[in-house]
Design a protein around this ligand. Structure first.
Ligand SMILES: [Zn+2]
Length: 445
């Protein structure tokens, strides 16, 4: 029997709320000067009282409903006590007994991935260590930023499937407008609980932290699988521990033996109220998987489906679904090629004008650029009106005696070549219907 890999994932996502989780400080940890987005609550000064951020709760409920999780009618906050220099309060506010999201499932290409739960907590500050290791600096701008911790069941059996799950989670966070979930910025951080076993039962769990890219997710799990397999082969015992992923050296390194939850001495936060969640509130949002299915049903080409979702054009495309299928397909192509237009009405107008006038991509791009200042109809009109077709058509007829002769002898295909010549000469600025009319008029003169 071969060794089986089993992985459960913990993902932390910073919510993009306007303010922090328990105070009015702005939630903008990136790009701000250190230690300016702070207040007595962030610093945990004695007597400072926390205030709950409703927007963060709403985001998490939205996520929970979308993945068909159980949302409790009540939840409360607990203090998770530990000491670390980036945590001035000496405890982190979290939820261990009544997480906001319980269960839930994320489907990727038909494969189900089950969540154990997801709960809200607050982020800590950020430590920066001097290169010469003489001192460290701490920035509390991030302290108190709402953080969603998502914990899956241990139901992954390959490194690749975990990587794909994390990528899908990023898409979900983006499409539900919860977070940009950018791993490079630390807005999304993954940890993997990895065990290897031969017996079919779960092996000893090793936790790997500090994975900062999707590529890192796959490599770290693959590395651990190989390390643990080799250790077992050599008759060694796997130690339950926390390891860190060293990306430059592509290996995991032991950090510390794992705390148990008793070490954290959880107890209810006395300064925050119990949160009650109304039945059904926050529902009705589609996951990327549902969006993919709907777009495929609309006849959108496979290679355009994911880009349409990733760029946030799903609602716009649903807005034109009553049009003919080829127009819907054209709309998808337009959105991906030109990154616009941004409302349903203009999108429809644009597709119609493009078809009617026979615009090339370059022409369409130019019209759209002009439309930003003067509106689409005017941009199109001013782009198309500056031409006198008669001399241009005459020149094309004079320069193309062969196709002209072909056309006159009854080869209708030659006509299209002449139309193309005129369009090329006008750099697409002519209305294709008018070109046809003028050509016919002069050829039959
Ligand atoms: Zn604050």
């Amino acid at each position: 029997m071969t060794y089986q890999l089993t992985v459960g994932v913990e993902v932390h996502v910073e919510l993009e709320t306007k303010t922090k989780m328990f105070c009015g400080c702005l939630n903008e940890p990136f790009g701000s000067r250190p230690n300016i987005l702070v207040c007595p609550v962030c610093y945990g000064l004695p007597g400072a009282l926390p205030l709950l951020n409703k927007e963060a709760i709403a985001m998490v409920v939205r996520f929970g409903r979308a993945i068909h999780a159980t949302i409790p009618t009540e939840t409360f906050w607990e203090r998770k006590s530990y000491f670390y220099p980036d945590l001035p309060k000496g405890y982190q506010l979290s939820q261990s007994v009544a997480p906001l999201v319980q269960g839930g499932v994320i489907v990727i290409d038909g494969a189900e991935h089950h969540l154990h739960h997801a709960h809200l907590e607050e982020d800590a500050g950020k430590l920066m260590h001097a290169p010469d290791k003489t001192h460290s600096l701490v920035n509390f701008n991030r302290a108190g930023v709402p953080l969603l911790e998502i914990v899956t069941e241990p139901d992954f059996h390959s490194a690749e499937s975990v990587k794909r799950f994390c990528q899908e989670l990023q898409r979900i966070m983006r499409s539900l407008k919860i977070s940009s979930a950018d791993m490079e910025k630390g807005q999304m951080r993954c940890e993997a609980n990895i065990s290897v076993s031969k017996s079919g039962e779960l092996g000893t769990k090793v936790e790997v932290k500090n994975i900062n890219s999707f590529r890192g997710v796959r490599k770290a799990i693959q590395y651990e699988f190989e390390r643990q397999t080799q250790a077992l082969e050599a008759g060694e015992t796997i130690i339950a521990e926390t390891r860190t992923w060293n990306d430059p050296e592509s290996k995991t390194v032991a950090m510390r033996s794992k705390e148990t939850s008793a070490d954290y001495r959880y107890f209810p936060e006395p300064d925050l109220p119990i949160v009650r969640i109304e039945d059904g509130v926050g529902g009705g949002h589609l996951l990327p998987e549902d969006q993919r299915r709907e777009l495929v049903a609309l006849g959108i080409k496979n290679e355009l489906v994911q880009p349409v979702i990733d760029k946030g054009y799903f609602d716009l495309l649903k807005g034109v679904q009553a049009l003919k299928p080829e127009m819907v397909a054209e709309a998808a192509k337009t959105l991906i090629t030109f990154s616009g237009p941004t409302d349903v009405e203009t999108l429809i107008q644009f597709i119609e004008l493009k078809a009617e006038n026979g615009w090339t991509n370059e022409t369409a791009k130019e019209v759209l650029a002009q439309a930003e200042t003067k509106g689409l109809v005017e941009a199109s009109a001013s782009f198309m009106s500056t031409l006198d077709l008669e001399p241009i058509v005459k020149t094309v007829i004079d320069e193309n005696s062969k196709p002209v002769a072909d056309y006159k002898s009854g080869k209708t295909a030659a006509f299209q070549a002449l139309v193309g010549q005129v369009m090329a000469k006008t750099q697409g600025r002519a209305n294709i219907q008018k070109v046809r009319e003028e050509l016919e008029r002069q050829l039959n003169d």
